[in-house]
Design a protein. Structure first.
Length: 263
């Protein structure tokens, strides 16, 4: 596992955006060979989104041949609902770049057949050639995408009940009213995520420090889903200094010392 440690949120966001641009440009995507990108919602990637939009305006990257897959959606929430993840990503990032609408895929939160919707989503990912780079955030309890603690490490895209801690965390998007947060989501699974060529997890702030400690220094366990990243051949955790507060100082120094690559 590679661990990239930056001084603060701004430099973390900038590094993440630089890495995405580097990977897309290195791939040299074409209509027949698109770059397939998985992106999360939430507050952590906002700085990265802003930097990516800036790079697009400067002509340093094009998203014309990038295919995008979202990680999940609240059950009962449609595309036009401002509380939905689809709405969030269009509002915060996608509308600012030259991505084609037909290249953007989300799980349908209004479906009445969860199993069929999730199976079709898996098929769409495979038909796109698989995900080249999956970017995710991590919850305070170590969840990735919406695979909460004790999720199967072999899970596929499915319906999932959110834990009280996730409901509390997400209530900030619902006027801080936990009763307004939908209790279930459709989410890609852990194994679905792990099939990507690369997985990059972003973490910022002391609230994520315990999760990052278990990801880096703990055992692989479904109690801390992020720990599965230890088994990925190209897994990266990119975080700021505050998110490393629970990691041994020697380990932090080790990762800083060995991480000499720009990207």
């Amino acid at each position: 596992m590679r661990v990239v440690i930056k001084p603060d949120y701004q430099s973390l966001s900038q590094w993440a955006a630089d890495y995405v641009v580097y990977r897309i440009n290195k791939h040299r995507p074409t209509p027949k060979k698109p770059f397939v990108l998985g992106l999360p919602s939430g507050s952590t990637p906002l700085g990265m989104f802003e930097a990516l939009a800036k790079y697009y305006k400067e002509g340093k990257v094009s998203f014309e041949n990038v295919v995008f897959f979202g990680v999940g959606e609240y059950i009962g929430v449609g595309a036009g609902d401002e509380h939905g993840f689809q709405y969030f990503l269009w509002d915060k990032f996608l509308k600012y770049v030259n991505i084609k609408k037909e290249h953007v895929h989300f799980l349908d939160g209004l479906t009445t057949n969860y199993a069929e919707e999730c199976a079709n989503y898996e098929k769409m990912i495979k038909s796109a050639g698989g995900v080249n780079l999956f970017i995710g955030g991590v919850g305070q309890d170590g969840h990735i995408a919406f695979n909460e603690p004790y999720s199967s490490l072999n899970s596929r895209t499915r319906a999932k009940v959110l834990t009280p801690s996730t409901l509390r965390a997400n209530s900030r998007f619902f006027d801080n009213d936990i009763s307004k947060v939908p209790p279930m989501v459709l989410t890609i699974g852990i194994e679905t995520m792990m099939e990507a060529d690369e997985v990059l997890i972003l973490a910022s702030g002391t609230a994520k420090a315990n999760a990052i400690k278990h990801a880096v220094q703990g055992c692989v366990t479904h109690v801390w889903p992020i720990s599965i990243l230890q088994h990925h051949p190209h897994g990266i955790i990119a975080c700021d200094e505050e998110a490393t507060k629970e990691i041994d100082a020697e380990t932090v120094d080790y990762f800083k010392e060995i991480d000499k690559n720009k990207y």
